[in-house]
Design a protein around this ligand. Sequence first.
Ligand code: 9WO
Length: 248
Amino acid sequence: MKTAIVTLFPELVDGFLTTGVLGRAVRDGRLECARFNPRNYAHDARKTVDDRPFGGGAGMVMMVEPLGEAVSAARSAVPEGAPVVFLSPQGERFDHRIAAELAALEGFVLVAARYEGVDERFVERHVDRELSIGDYVLSGGELAALVVLDSAVRLLPGVVGNPDSITRESHVDGLLDYPQYTRPETHTTGRTPEVLLSGNHGAVATWRKREALGRTWLRRPDLLLDRELGEDDRALLASYIRDTAGAS
Ligand code: 9WO
């Protein structure tokens, strides 16, 4: 996959592109991520990329020209037709479904802005998709761009070593994760649930499904509304609810 990030602070993304899962994807040649700095496309000797907002008000707005020219350069580093994605609190809410859509593409350009915003003409002219990772304001779009890139790249074939790790992950089947335990079996903080030590793979799978359904019901009931539960899952959730109702 060939990607590019447009950012005034390319050094901010370096650590993520050289470390862990993303770092290995780059070294294995499964991911390219070129960096483009709008500062290098400024038109004046002072390298200006921002200016005061028309109509007044606090802060500065990123100018359309340096940003637009940086995006044009970035587009030449990604495959023909790759979309330009702008990260902003005004965007469509990013989720696993959109991560999978992006992972199915040959590439995309991520645009991370700074200051108090960008000239709206940049968005109209250069942006194909505006994404938000949540309802909060950041100091810039870089963290959001990295969230989007990381979650999409993990879905590429061969990037996460064990394919089970992907299908097992939260949100892939629309449920939260089940609780996990590792050594020691017993600790002052508590004992590992017996079923996980039983060696009975069927019983383990049933326990995990019941925990995943139960925690989703407790913590994110909105996720269950989007999902038709089968007969078996309904029974597992009912059993979980009976048990927790007794415990609380
Ligand atoms: C800053 C600001 C200050 C005072 C009043 C209003 C304000 N709005 C902003 C603002 O939105 N700044 C943005 C900073 C401009 C675009 C890049 N920045 C950004 C992106 N902050 N947060 C995001 C972001 C992106 C995706 N998902 C969540 C947040």
